[in-house]
Design a protein around this ligand. Structure first.
Ligand SMILES: Cc1cc2nc3c(=O)[nH]c(=O)nc-3n(C[C@H](O)[C@H](O)[C@H](O)COP(=O)(O)O)c2cc1C
Ligand SMILES: [Mn+2]
Length: 490
């Protein structure tokens, strides 16, 4: 599997692709259809094949949406995996790195069409205007922005929103500290314009690695290769010198200058609110566009759950990284980590552990709250015992209600790492300072041996009943149960 189309074929096979053949307006209408369609958890991804004013072009909205199956396919796994199983698999794959493979530019499908100089017109692509107060059409959301560190040659891929500002100009917003911003400043410090490319239709795996923070000195191409289990095919651009993905749908390329800014934003963001009010922002002066015949633009609607493209994608990546961090620190007994997509992808962390020693649960809570993979934006960190599935919020709430002791089990961390996009922090000037609550919802370890026994089903009786489900006049199959009575007498 190498391309968006390869992935789409698999998505269609599992019945999670809807091709919208009726004409839809890119201004507010595509995003409204996507929002409403996304209200059902696991709802399909939408391929708009007839976008008003853009014959021959298509727009794919919310490739992941709220579907774990589509996420599984993107990381080269079969669908129908249990949530924590999938997080564990992703954690394993994040440990691998494979360098990209350079191929001949003439063989790259994205070079089927190349428009250069005066021929460049980025408005041919069906970029959506998503929310009423957005500053314009956002061509770049489910994108990968490619830059290079001029000193080391490390190529960075990051997802940054991009607003169309003219036929040869897209705004390119980066928060402080992000890799793309550091790269472009290194070019500017040398007195040179920063070369930038942006991929607007991509294998969703590339989108996911671009939207996730990896170490600054390693290329996201290597993580994508590691997760895919094979190198990503790239070619070297003769315009910017950047390594570009050969199998992409659409790539724009150009340069960014320190003294060239334009108004950008506002934009309806991942938390379900408009972020900063707008303001002067650097832009890319586009020198070339490359695209396949009848290309597919990928778009990500940012919204409240479950219509948010950042719920499952960010939740999965964050959970895998927190788990990896806890492993690297040598913390034992971790049974699972979950970052509920309901919480704007990043707002909560739940860790389930087998308690092994005094203070173990408190240690896990504090580390999960503040490790690199978990610290940003998350506000609620809950630690539960091993019999609780952290991905099952009903179980988690039950554990909080029955095992935590609010007077003893809750800690608050202050002045923690948050974001200018957190609408709860006011006045806005005090951002990005946040706070966090750690809830120990485990059985109190001091009394673990005498703790009230949980009511659990007898396994033999469960099996008998499950086998008689239909005979009993009940619909479907008996639900799967993970936790059973351990006393052999039953
Ligand atoms: C749809 C989408 C849009 C995003 N837009 C921006 C943006 O405009 N500016 C920004 O700084 N981060 C944005 N992010 C978050 C970055 O992609 C994320 O922090 C990523 O780690 C950046 O890459 P880097 O780690 O290589 O800097 C966005 C993420 C998503 C999923
Ligand atoms: Mn990076």
């Amino acid at each position: 599997m190498k391309s968006l189309n390869d992935w789409l074929k698999k998505v269609e096979e599992i019945g999670e692709l809807v091709r919208v053949k009726a004409e839809v307006d890119p201004v507010l209408e595509m995003s409204t259809v996507t929002y409403l369609n996304g209200k059902e958890v696991g709802g399909p991804t939408l391929l708009f094949e007839n976008v008003k004013g853009h014959p021959g072009h298509k727009c794919l909205f919310n490739p992941f949406g709220s579907s774990l199956n589509r996420f599984a396919l993107a990381i080269r796994e079969e669908p129908n995996k249990k949530p924590i199983e999938l997080v564990n698999i992703l954690k394993g794959k994040m440990n691998k790195k494979i360098a990209p493979k350079e191929i001949d530019a003439a063989k790259a499908p994205v070079n089927q069409n190349i428009d250069i100089g005066d021929a460049v017109d980025v408005t041919i692509f069906p970029a959506p205007h998503m929310w009423p107060h957005d500053g314009g059409k956002y061509i770049g959301t489910a994108d990968s922005v490619i830059t290079m560190d001029p000193n080391t040659g490390r190529v960075n891929l990051g997802t940054y929103r991009q607003m169309i500002e003219g036929t040869q100009q897209v705004g390119y917003y980066s928060s402080p500290g992000k890799d793309t911003l550091l790269d472009r400043e290194l070019w500017w410090a040398k007195g040179k314009p920063a070369p930038v490319a942006a991929v607007y239709g991509n294998d969703p795996l590339m989108f996911m690695v671009s939207a996730t923070s990896f170490p600054k000195d390693v290329s996201e191409y290597e993580y994508a290769g590691g997760i895919a289990g094979e190198p990503i095919e790239v070619f070297k651009s003769d315009i910017t010198g950047l390594l570009l993905p050969a199998n992409a749908e659409i790539i724009i390329e150009g340069f960014c200058y320190p003294d060239k800014n334009a108004e950008e934003g506002p934009f309806g963001e991942f938390q379900g609110y408009y972020g900063r009010p707008g303001g002067p922002t650097p832009y890319i002066e586009i020198k070339a566009i490359r695209y396949r015949n009848n290309p597919v633009l990928t778009s990500a609607l940012m919204a409240d759950w479950p219509s948010n493209e950042c719920g499952v994608m960010w939740g999965m990546a964050k959970a895998a990284k927190v788990w990896q961090d806890l492993d690297l620190m040598g913390v034992p007994g971790i049974k699972g980590v979950w970052s509920p997509p309901e919480a704007a992808g990043w707002g909560w962390t739940v860790v389930s552990i087998e308690q092994r020693y005094a203070g173990h649960a408190a240690q896990v809570g504090a580390l999960a709250a503040q490790c690199m993979g978990g610290a940003y934006f998350s506000k609620y960190i809950v630690v539960v015992d091993e019999d609780i599935d952290p991905s099952n919020l009903s179980d988690v709430i039950w554990a909080m209600a029955t095992r935590s002791r609010p007077a003893q089990s809750i800690d608050i961390l202050r002045e923690t790492w948050s974001t200018y996009l957190d609408p709860s922090l006011n006045p806005a000037e005090i951002r990005p300072w946040g706070s966090k609550i750690i809830i120990n919802a485990c059985k109190e370890f001091k009394y673990i041996n005498s703790w009230s026994k949980r009511t659990r089903l007898s396994k033999p009786v469960y099996k008998k009943v499950a086998a008689r489900w239909t005979e009993l006049g009940l619909k479907g199959q008996a639900p799967e149960i993970e936790v059973f009575e351990e006393d052999d007498k039953y």
